[in-house]
Design a binder for this molecule. Structure first.
Ligand code: ADP
Length: 193
């Protein structure tokens, strides 16, 4: 099994481009954000706990997302691999993912990092808010908190995976989705050569 990680700040296009990679490479796309929003919509205990944190732009506890991911690793096997979107987001999650995979005799294949400047995050998310109606996309304060959280807690993963030679970056700042998708698909081809 392959284990790819879609990495980047909020609004970089992780979910959008993950769908293209999923279809082309027969991968299971796991977005922890989407899984959490499904729990919220279903009104589960986990969803209720997650809702308050997500609406403020804070991360949910590591253990919460790790359990959701592990459950899918244990039950999904009709694919070539997994495309993790929005996970891991902390060094703790990255270390736990390594452990989870080592127990299965597996390891992270590559990190596909989509880079956009902070100014672009605000504009992209404001555009998305109108389409998707996410509560955490509607407020500039919440968006800024997510950007700050990304820099403080998620960015250190760049060094973590670079040291392992698994970090691959692409500029995802082109004006059209098609151009950015072409860049991501090009990077993926290079990774798999
Ligand atoms: P975006 O693409 O804007 O980053 P996501 O859908 O990936 O949005 O995540 C939405 C929210 O869900 C995050 O702001 C965070 O509160 C929560 N979340 C998602 N993934 C994780 C994770 N791996 N660890 C902790 N919290 C997470």
């Amino acid at each position: 099994m392959k284990y790819y990680i879609m990495f980047g700040p909020p609004g970089a296009g992780k979910g959008t481009h993950a769908v293209a990679l999923r279809d082309k490479y027969n991968l299971c796309h796991l977005s922890t954000g989407e899984l959490l929003r499904a729990e919220i919509a279903a009104g589960t205990g986990l969803g209720i706990k997650a809702k308050a944190l997500i609406e403020k732009g804070n991360l949910v506890p590591d253990e919460m997302v790790e359990k959701m991911i592990e459950k899918r690793f244990n039950t999904i096997d009709d694919v070539q691999g997994f495309l993790l979107d929005g996970f891991p987001r902390t060094l703790g999650q990255a270390a736990d993912l390594d452990k989870m995979l080592a127990e299965r005799g597996e390891s992270v294949t590559a990190v596909i990092s989509l880079m956009i400047p902070d100014e672009m995050v605000h504009a992209r998310i404001r555009g998305r808010a109108a389409v998707e109606g996410r509560v955490d996309d509607a407020s500039d304060v919440v968006i800024q908190n997510r950007i700050n959280t990304y820099h403080a807690q998620t960015e250190p993963l760049i060094e973590y995976y670079s040291k392992q030679g698994k970090y691959f970056e692409v500029d995802a700042d082109a004006p059209t989705i098609e151009e950015n998708r072409a860049r991501v698909l090009g990077l993926m081809e290079k990774i798999n050569k």
